[in-house]
Design a protein around this ligand. Structure first.
Ligand code: ADP
Length: 337
């Protein structure tokens, strides 16, 4: 059932495009406490110096709030934000046009920054360092460089793959933050806020049940509350409680750990078909009918972070929780202390 796989995809879907759910103030941003506390210090210091904030690199799986955070930083600093993404900046001229149009202090947000081409990256280096770039002008046989200046700005880059960022680019960011998956309590808080905005009646047990099955990801939590509301409406229930939430999510094949059919297929392959032996990423992707990139960016992070799978030099292996989840006895090496 494709629908179920899509419900748990942490990548944005058209139905997630509900801007009213995005926190409007940094005080509404739930969780990521350490990052928020440090950001407050860096923003206050920049304000006191009358300078834009240093360039920021945000890393973490899709749906954890990187775009939201960039928007909140701009709002807090009282500046505009220009949002773009790595794949849409194909040529050096594209980034130059963007940089030229920046107003002083503005935030330039580049999503999927790891997908910038090397040529585009090379244009960015001097701009990130000293707000200048050279253009080469050739007239006949003569060649000359012209230096251009851009307004002071803050580049906020977001990536689902911090390992894919080239080291020259990474070293030009002054602030590096790695976003973590959210706790059940934090997600329950986000679900209750969303329920309030959408006029959905839910009790504490209901929000915690949805939170437990949301893979630590606010985007998924916000999507699931809407689907559970559909079940509540059809059943004529006025309020969502734990029982109704569990029923609705089971109906969508989302189990008590937040795993769906595709996740369980991955675990089943690793445990039962490959008998705990390492499996290459592309073999595994082909076996579940997904792109390798999608498997790596969307499915794996939560499974890895929660001990369902392990990444080794020889490939992916089932982790201890995979055996537990499938009620299969683990191989002897898992039982040794
Ligand atoms: P990313 O850019 O990391 O893919 P987004 O910033 O687009 O993630 O977040 C997805 C959705 O989840 C947002 O629309 C927002 O409603 C919600 N969200 C994300 N992080 C938080 C948070 N910390 N508190 C409340 N809601 C959040």
């Amino acid at each position: 059932m494709l629908l179920n796989g899509r419900q748990l995809s942490s990548q944005a879907l058209p139905e997630d495009n509900d801007k009213s759910l995005r926190p409007q103030k940094i005080s509404e941003y739930v969780g990521q406490r350490e990052i928020i506390e440090n950001l407050h210090v860096f923003m206050e210091a920049a304000r006191k110096r009358g300078e834009p904030l240093d360039h920021i690199l945000l890393s973490g799986p899709p749906g954890l709030g990187k775009t939201t955070l960039a928007q909140l930083v701009a709002a807090e600093m009282g500046v505009e934000i220009k949002i773009t993404s790595g794949p849409s900046i194909a040529r050096p001229i594209d980034i130059l046009v963007l940089l030229h149009a920046l107003k002083p202090g503005q935030v330039l947000f580049i999503d999927e920054i790891h997908r910038l081409s090397r040529l585009v990256e090379e244009v960015l280096y001097p701009v990130m360092e000293d707000l200048s770039f050279d253009s080469i002008i050739s007239k006949g046989n003569a060649k000359g460089g012209v230096r251009h200046k851009v307004s002071p700005f803050t580049l906020v880059g977001a990536t689902t793959r911090s390992g894919a960022i080239s080291s020259p680019l990474r070293s030009r960011f002054g602030i590096l933050f790695q976003l973590d998956f959210y706790s059940h309590e934090e997600l329950a808080h986000i679900i209750e806020r969303t329920a309030g905005l959408l006029n959905i009646d839910i009790d504490g047990g209901g929000s915690l049940e949805i939170a437990r099955r949301s893979r630590g990801t606010p985007r998924i939590a916000n999507r699931l509350i809407k689907r559970v509301r559909d079940f509540a409406q059809v059943k004529g229930a006025k309020s969502i409680d734990q029982k109704l939430a569990a029923y609705a999510l089971e109906r969508m094949s989302i189990d008590e750990c937040g795993l769906d059919l595709i996740d369980r297929r991955i675990l089943d392959l690793l445990v039962n078909m490959y008998k705990g032996k390492p499996v290459g990423l592309s073999t595994l992707a082909a076996a579940i009918g997904e792109e390798a990139d999608n498997l790596e960016d969307v499915y794996e992070p939560y499974l890895l972070a929660n001990g369902f799978i392990m990444k080794t030099a020889r490939g992916r292996m089932a982790g201890p929780r995979a055996y537990e989840h499938l009620h299969v006895n683990p191989p002897a090496e898992f039982c040794e202390d």
